[in-house]
Write a protein that binds this ligand. Structure first.
Ligand code: G3H
Ligand code: ZN
Length: 313
């Protein structure tokens, strides 16, 4: 299957438009029909371009046939959606995604040595470009799950002095950078911790034509954390990146913003509330529909109030 038969487009097209026009395209992760529906509905309501992101684990969970089967009947608007492999960790994994119909892949070589990262990134890009698929690569290490490699004076942040050469050598379509975000719900100990926008500015100056990507960008809305805790959950000290910091980063060439944790807590806050209140409930649709709706509303909110990507389609 080729992505063009699924009415999908590349992230290269979506991100280059965003870079020219000063907004960011959200990459929302999904892992089943409900989360996919929530994101597509939000994109259609807001007329926003959206990157539908699938991690290796999510792909394994859904299975190739179910995933591509869903897309083959969706009749999406051309030019609005990309299907993107998030954090591909090997050439084989990226190749597999290209072969089954993804329009975009990320090769995450951030924990490798620089030369290994360049070598495999190039191999992925060569294969993907042959199939008209775009590629995101990564330099620098997000704190949390990726932070083993701290050799440069920039520590685990992306070193702005090497990005130009990396882009030239690999031919990457976009670059994920590390400026102080991290994956998951526990990104911040206090509100005083800020993104390293100074590093972002240097990177953007050195590679002004390359769309930049921010992973770990959830803001962890406290209303969802509070609701989860009110209805039987136990989440302590969860803190995300403030929306104003993300908006500033978008002004400095961040053109793809990755969000997964916000969708998870939005979805689960509804599930918890309904199961807590209705102890005799046995029809899963009775909590799945409101959960989808809560997640969809949060995606709409982020599209409109953080990404600035509404009405760009
Ligand atoms: O690749 C996915 C994102 O980077 C998820 O980040 O945990 O802040 O939602 P998040
Ligand atoms: Zn990520």
């Amino acid at each position: 299957m080729h992505y063009k038969d699924l009415n999908l487009t590349t992230t290269k097209k979506l991100l280059n438009n965003a870079l020219k026009n000063g907004y960011a395209v959200p990459a929302f992760n999904f892992y089943n029909m409900e989360t996919l529906k929530a994101i597509i509905n939000a994109a259609q309501i807001t007329q926003s371009p959206v990157i539908l992101a699938v991690s290796e684990q999510a792909l394994e969970y859904m299975g190739d046939d179910f995933l591509i089967g869903m897309f083959s009947k969706l009749n999406l608007k051309k030019g609005q959606f990309a299907l993107h492999l998030d954090h591909g960790h090997s050439f084989e994994s990226c190749k597999h995604a290209v072969d089954i119909g993804f329009s975009s892949v990320m090769f995450d070589g951030s924990t490798l040595t620089l030369s290994e990262n360049i070598k495999i990134s190039k191999k992925v890009i060569e294969y993907a470009h042959k199939h008209d698929v775009s590629v995101e690569t990564e330099l620098g290490v997000l704190s949390g799950i990726e932070d083993k490699n701290t050799k440069s004076k920039y520590g685990s942040y992306t070193d702005p002095t090497i990005v130009k050469d990396f882009v030239k050598q690999t031919g990457t379509d976009s670059l994920a950078i590390a400026i102080g975000t991290s994956h998951g719900m526990y990104k911040r100990k206090s509100n005083n911790e800020k993104l390293r926008l100074d590093i972002l500015e240097q990177i953007a100056n050195n590679i002004p034509k390359t769309p930049l990507v921010l992973h770990g960008a959830s803001n962890i809305p406290q209303k969802f954390v509070n609701k989860i805790n009110k209805f039987g959950g136990k989440i302590k000290n969860a803190k995300g990146i403030s929306p104003s910091q993300i908006r500033q980063a978008i002004k400095l060439h961040i053109t793809k913003v990755n969000v997964e944790s916000d969708s998870r807590i939005a979805f689960m806050s509804s599930v918890r509330e309904i199961l807590f209140k209705q102890k005799d409930l046995i029809d899963p649709r009775k909590f799945l529909v409101p959960a989808m709706d809560t997640m969809c509303k949060n995606c709409i909110d982020e599209i409109q109030n953080i990404m600035g990507s509404g009405y760009k389609i």
